[in-house]
Design a protein around this ligand. Structure first.
Ligand SMILES: [Zn+2]
Length: 339
């Protein structure tokens, strides 16, 4: 940046907190939970121009962290009334003739948001989106009231990611999107207790934690889900009522497998109750000669299919009851699972 115009209004040097308290209404824009603070003087360290979003004919400069983005005010204003208001306020100073707007977000967050706002909707509909980008879009679309981006982002399947379950819960809470909560909380219940209590640390050191209420909810649900896992074994591992007259000794074998599972409740292939048994049961298929490992309990394909289907019914019931098991209410959840 080659030139700066000093702000017309002088303000004594002050810490952010006291500056915030001393702002007049005209200097403080309030959008419900949002308060934008506009520093009345240039930064002591000149921000770096962003490599991607620095258009020579741009007419507003956004500064986030130590990065400056020169973009188009009309483009921002057309998509967000909050950004419009922010850009319309008296600027603290100018850079290259452009008003400078301070963002309270991190530079990478603003860059990610601009990539959508400037590149358009095709960017979000055609491109594989990382969870990190998705989380940024949801937070900022909620903050800056960008309805279509928020709605689109909340619908994306990649939001349901076991590796980011804590963030998914917090995004669901932030945006009051309860339909995301059951699976996200369920995934949190699979986390190590230490992570559940202390949060997930992202590269760079940022820690994402559950609220105390949600931590308590997950801890209470752990025993409930443990019971569901046990019930799934008891209900599914039973061929007595299937009506198929098997010429092998599958009933005996399934009983033996059940006993083993109950003795060692670690998992049939995975830790949690909402997991299909297709692969797990497949290893007992007597027709598969490679299953030497489980030759002690060989079963015919027909009986294996019966067990898998029976377990599928148990899973469906568990899935329908998931909000209740987790101690939350999600309107229309059970109905949606029937559809
Ligand atoms: Zn059989």
């Amino acid at each position: 940046m080659t030139s700066r115009e000093q702000p017309s209004r002088k303000r004594p040097r002050s810490e952010d907190a006291s500056l915030k308290n001393s702002l007049s209404d005209s200097e403080r824009e309030t959008h419900e939970d949002l308060i934008f603070i506009r520093p009345m003087r240039p930064l002591s360290v000149e921000p770096d121009r962003d490599d991607k979003f620095w258009y020579k004919d741009g007419n507003v400069v956004l500064v986030a962290g130590n990065v400056a983005f020169r973009v188009y005010r009309g483009l921002l204003a057309s998509q967000s009334t909050v950004l419009d208001d922010l850009c319309s306020a008296d600027p603290a100073w100018h850079v290259d003739g452009c008003p400078v707007v301070h963002m309270s977000d991190r530079a990478e967050e603003v860059r990610s948001l601009l990539s959508v706002l400037i590149n358009g909707k095709t960017y979000i509909t055609k491109r594989e989106v990382s969870f990190e980008d998705l989380a940024i879009w949801i937070r900022l679309a909620h903050k800056y009231r960008i309805a279509d981006l928020l709605e689109n982002s909340l619908r994306r399947p990649s939001l349901q990611s076991p590796h980011h379950s804590i963030t998914a819960v917090n995004l669901a809470r932030l945006t009051e999107t309860s339909s995301i909560l059951p699976l996200a909380l369920y995934d949190c219940c699979q986390l190590p207790v230490e992570t559940l209590l202390n949060g997930h640390t992202y590269p760079g050191g940022r820690v994402e934690k559950l609220s105390a209420d949600d931590v308590q909810r997950c801890i209470q649900a752990l025993s409930v889900l443990g019971v569901q896992r046990t019930l799934a074994i008891v209900k599914s591992m039973d061929l007595s009522a299937c009506g198929y007259s098997c010429r092998f000794e599958c009933a005996d074998h399934v009983s033996a497998i059940k006993t083993e599972l109950l003795e060692d409740l670690k998992s049939p292939g995975c830790r949690h109750p909402l997991c299909s048994w297709a692969r797990f049961m497949g290893q007992y298929n007597r027709d598969m000669t490679s299953n030497v490992k489980n030759s002690a309990h060989p079963m015919c394909p027909r009986c294996i299919k019966t067990v898998i289907q029976s377990h599928g019914q148990v899973l469906l019931e568990c899935w329908k009851n998931l909000p209740e098991l987790l101690g939350i209410e999600v309107e229309g959840w059970a109905t949606a699972q029937d559809a």
